[in-house]
Design a protein around this ligand. Structure first.
Ligand code: BES
Ligand code: MN
Ligand code: ZN
Length: 460
């Protein structure tokens, strides 16, 4: 059990009364005068995400808490409560519907997350009393997946290199009896993954391709591909320090697909799952790949390196080629692929690209439904011209500074067959500032949306 929950009703649990903007006035009228004047004096208006401590109604009674929420779909107000309230046990007053119970637990847990690898939090998290009701295990699986993604992203590159990422993947796969194999170092050349090798070879920490499969062979095949650049220096086209600062998170896509895979397996969706993660460090050495090198690809065509800092699309290209070779029913990739996607959308939402309107619509609907926003951008084929190369079939970066997220997506599209529904998520994977339920640091973006979309279709 997560340490922000308890299932044991201690006698001294502080009760939380939930109010909405519209229910607040009537609720207030039903209260004793002493409480009414307390609330009035505090200026509390029942706004979503705001908590207020209430004194005991009578001598020897207990203190309680008021919490404003938007409605029963609200997740984040519960996240705010979990960070605002003091240590102790809290229980929700009255009969709440299942949706409220689930969203309360979800928000509470997401807001309670701390990265504790190097430092203990300075208070015990407040614990929410949750019923052992049938549907809460699904919330716990969801929370554990998001925690897993956040932990992977938050871990510094010194302890989350390609090897450690592969170990984490192998460990996770083992817990679900999934197969996990790894193509390591120069074997990438033998097995025809030239771009993964080229990008990763400069690092003393060898590049590798992590390959997980799980599920019944006859079930619909869904393949997840995640960018696992464990640190992105930019390579010989070295990033300035401001641009390099956050690049431990450049394996955020890998974190997303591993966490999503864990969630799929924990909930036993009826799919044959495959997860492919090219895990590399984009480093600098005498052996580094260079600007204007021409790389072979697993797909057979040639790529001119316009910029060694456009490395994500290279490693993903080879992984996508392998994904496509099985002719799966769906491919989804997650990647911290471009700064341009952040210029377009900011850090809060994943940029979504898809070659399939139905798939995109399903993802958008799920995203809306579970407050995990994505925004679709176009695979605008005319911009393919920005990737033209005089010496190779395609350039990985090109000279144009226009439409960076779109051209990156178009580069990936070259490796995917038009017949396979494909979604590409260009994510930030990081909360630069804290928001309710979303502490600063690594973050899963689009993960809950994609899971909801899949669960709707494949939950037996
Ligand atoms: N990992 C970066 C993209 C990135 C940077 C994501 C900052 C999130 C925050 C990626 O490998 C990269 O460096 N992309 C370049 C591509 C360019 C050289 C064509 C970019 O976006 O500037
Ligand atoms: Mn880069
Ligand atoms: Zn990168």
């Amino acid at each position: 059990m997560l340490n922000c929950f308890t299932t044991e009703a201690g006698e001294d649990a502080t009760t939380i009364t939930v109010v909405t903007k519209s229910s607040f006035a009537n609720w207030l009228k039903s209260q004793p005068n002493s409480i009414q004047s307390w609330i009035k004096a505090s200026g509390y208006l029942g706004k979503a995400g705001k908590t207020l401590l209430l004194p005991p109604v009578e001598e020897g009674g207990s203190i309680s808490v008021l919490l404003g929420v938007e409605d029963n779909r609200d997740i984040w107000s519960w996240g705010a409560a979990a960070t605002e309230l003091a240590s102790g046990t809290y229980s929700i007053v009255g009969n709440i519907d299942q949706e409220t119970a689930e969203n309360a637990a979800l928000g509470w847990a997401l807001g309670s997350y701390r990265f504790t690898r190097y430092k203990n939090p300075n208070k015990n998290p407040p614990k929410l009393l949750i019923p052992e009701a049938a549907a809460l295990p699904s919330v716990l699986n969801l929370v554990e997946a998001v925690y897993f993604a956040r932990d992977l992203i938050n871990t510094p590159s010194s302890e989350m290199g390609p090897g450690e990422l592969a170990a984490a993947a192998n460990d996770m796969a083992g817990r679900f009896d999934a197969d996990c194999s790894v193509v390591l170092g120069d074997d990438l050349l033998r097995d025809d993954y030239p771009m993964i090798h080229a990008v990763g070879r400069a690092s003393v920490r060898k590049p590798r391709l992590i390959d997980i499969t799980w599920g019944k062979p006859k079930s619909p095949k869904i393949t997840l591909v995640g960018k696992g650049v464990c640190f992105d220096t930019g390579g010989l086209d070295l990033k300035p320090s401001s641009g390099m600062l956050m690049m431990k998170k450049d394996m955020g896509g890998a974190a997303h697909v591993l966490a999503l895979g864990q969630l799929i397996m924990a909930n036993r969706l009826d799919i044959r799952l495959r997860i492919l993660v090219p895990a590399v460090e984009n480093s600098v050495s005498g052996d580094a790949f260079r600007p204007m090198d021409v790389l072979k690809t697993r797909a057979g065509f040639s790529v001119e390196v316009g910029n060694t800092d456009a490395e994500g699309r290279l490693v993903l290209g080879d992984a996508l080629t392998e994904a496509v070779s099985e002719n799966p029913d769906m491919i989804m990739d997650f990647a911290t692929l471009t700064g341009a996607a952040r210029v377009a959308l900011g850090p809060d939402m994943a940029a979504l690209f898809s070659n399939n309107d139905q798939l995109a619509a399903n993802i958008e609907a799920a995203a809306e439904d579970c407050a995990d926003p994505v925004w679709r951008l176009p695979l605008w084929q005319p911009y393919r011209r920005f990737l033209d190369s005089d010496v190779a079939d395609i350039n990985n970066a090109g000279q144009s500074r226009f439409a960076g997220a779109i051209t990156a997506a178009l580069f990936l599209k070259e490796f995917v067959s038009d017949h396979i529904p494909w979604a590409h998520f260009d994510i930030y994977g990081w909360n630069p500032a804290k928001r309710p339920g979303r502490p600063v640091g690594g973050e899963a973006m689009g993960l809950r949306a994609v899971y909801a979309m899949l669960a709707k279709k494949y939950k037996g």
